[in-house]
Design a protein around this ligand. Sequence first.
Ligand code: GRF
Length: 227
Amino acid sequence: MNAKKPFTVAAFASGGGSNLQVLIDKQRTGELPVRLAFTLSNNSKALALQRTRDAGALALHVSAKTEGSEAAVAEKMVRLLEEHRVDLLILAGYMKKVPPQVLTAMRNRVINIHPALLPAFGGEGFYGHKVHEGVVARGCQITGMTIHMVNEDYDAGQIVYQESVRVEPRWTAEEVGAAVLKLEHNSYWRVIRAFAVGQIQATESVSPSEAVRIDHEFFASMEFFGS
Ligand code: GRF
């Protein structure tokens, strides 16, 4: 047999995993042609792990507690990614910094979603609800989400795709968060599909702005660009 290896992804997640759930659902309907090798979490109680188990995929709790040290965590992550021949590592609400060993092993093949229009409201300290509180506190009239490649610097990798939403007057941070999450659910799986079908390709470049090559067909297929 010489079957082509399916495009293989793994997810790192710490929390609810609603973005991960969309990936699982889209995979099930056949709209997202990927194989989920495993989900890894630093948090044994993460709903993302349960969602993965419910989908019949491998769910792993990996932390300094389970492995003995941060160095051992990094080693285990690299081993898992190599063993499962993962093509793309998807960060889906992973609250810890990805170890440099993982970024080296997976150069230009780690992707993240951030709930704001980077570079605004990004960097260390801007995560979860804090992002939306910041947006409201500054009176932003527009916010959105950013899907970007991951490198050693927080939220600083190449931007792959962004979508925006108007912030209506008097919206609370919760309302902003809900509107942004809707954009996330609509976009993340499409970007991952673009990797799976070759419209977005990782390069070997060490230049952060050239981590991936994005074909015109990708943008043409996305709503935001008026396909
Ligand atoms: C999302 O808002 C994402 O932008 C951020 O973490 C959150 C994850 O949400 N990186 P969920 O766990 O997918 O529900």
